[in-house]
Design a protein around this ligand. Structure first.
Ligand SMILES: [Ca+2]
Length: 383
């Protein structure tokens, strides 16, 4: 073997070993199950959103601006064409993906993203028809009136009546001065809101602030900071959202029509560094969280689990953490949280979480392409 061939051989061996290391499952214990965290695919960069299609294909967004397909556990090489141009800087880029409830007949896919503007960027949602690895007829159906830095929010979920909910962050507007004048407390813009629209972007006539002067008709709830997780209990239609708080103020909220979730007037956290933000944790007319995290785990995607693979976890809400690189399992007692368990930690920043048609839990990891981008949780010993 000549010298050059030898180095090619060693390089190949390293790549192969590296891949086998990536493909390694890890086993974890929890109060109710021992389970395996199984890497599904690597080669994805900064996974942000995931949604299964009726045929079992998984659509995955990469924050730099690509929509990818995972088919039978393999990452399809080419990205989906026709996706919108994104402001891929800082926290911005291509974010969530949702599939229309009637996808089988209308092929509609929804993408949230940070839309480049003449000055800065904003949270937007585009809709397109997905066929043969391409999006066509792509158009924006929601463009937030918001300005600032990061904190785009931008999770998507359809409710049982076919309305689309869109979270929009506060764009890092600083909590100083008169806190009741903060953009999240002002419904004449979309900063710090959860919005409810028809599947084509029209505003439903029964939205709470329709017809109110200087109010955005799409707003369903307000007073949020940076809601990066939203999930629904299909049995009851209840919608839950997580939001990044300041230091020590991450929240899980039960989302109610017209409700004010209090940011930045009330909350559990303090500014990074420890400065006081809130005069109190509660105030009449402001919804307290059903669960909160002190210290913060940087809550991202959320999942109300209903699958058969982990029967004792049905009705639990799973929340991905990024700074904590951990998965939280919150058990519920009606509208209140009953307990919390950290399922595992140190496996990467868990940005997205969804339930597969197979009943397993899928985690989307916001990390480097050489690390697992998607991890599947399954009970140890088969099932
Ligand atoms: Ca709150």
């Amino acid at each position: 073997m000549n010298k050059r061939l030898f180095f090619v051989f060693i390089f190949g061996l390293c790549v192969a070993l590296g891949q086998s290391a990536v493909a390694q499952s890890t086993t974890h214990k929890s109060t109710e199950y021992d389970f395996n965290a199984v890497p599904v695919v690597s080669g994805l960069e900064n996974v942000w959103g995931m949604a299964f299609l009726p045929n079992g294909d998984l659509l995955v967004t990469e924050r730099p601006g690509r929509l990818r397909i995972v088919r039978n556990g393999v990452l399809v090489k080419d990205a989906v064409t026709g996706t919108p141009t994104v402001h891929a800087r800082g926290q911005g880029g291509l974010m969530d993906v949702a599939v229309h409830p009637n996808f089988a007949s209308n092929r509609l896919v929804y993408l949230s993203y940070s839309k480049p503007l003449e000055q800065g960027s904003t949270t937007a949602v585009a809709r397109g028809r997905f066929e043969n690895g391409a999006l066509t007829d792509v158009k924006d159906i929601f463009v937030a009136d918001s300005k600032g830095g990061g904190h785009y929010g931008s999770r998507l979920v359809f409710d049982n009546d076919g309305y689309l909910y869109i979270t929009a962050g506060d764009r890092q507007a600083s909590p100083t001065g008169d806190l009741t004048a903060h953009p999240s407390q002002d419904i004449s813009n979309h900063q710090g809101t959860i919005n409810r629209i028809h599947d084509d972007g029209r505003i439903p006539a029964d939205n709470p602030f329709v017809g109110q002067r200087n109010a955005k008709g799409s707003i369903w709830s307000f007073g949020h900071r940076n809601p990066q997780g939203i999930t629904i209990d299909r049995a009851t239609g209840t919608i839950w959202a997580t939001e990044h708080g300041p230091q020590g103020g991450d929240e899980l909220n039960l989302i109610k029509k017209a409700a004010n979730y209090g940011w930045p007037v009330v909350g559990q956290g303090v500014n990074y560094g420890g400065d006081i933000i809130h005069a109190s944790t509660r105030k009449e007319g402001m919804e307290p969280p059903v669960h909160y995290w002190v210290p913060s785990i940087a809550t991202a995607g959320a999942l109300f689990y209903t699958g058969d693979k982990f029967p004792k976890w049905k009705g639990n809400i799973f929340v991905g953490g990024m700074v904590g690189q951990q998965l939280a399992r919150v058990t519920m007692n009606g509208a209140k949280s009953a307990s919390e368990e950290t399922l595992f930690a140190g496996q990467g920043r868990i940005r997205a979480i969804t339930q597969g048609p197979d009943g397993y839990i899928y985690l989307g990891i916001d990390g480097r392409a050489d690390k697992p981008g998607i991890i599947r949780l399954q009970p140890s010993g088969g099932n």
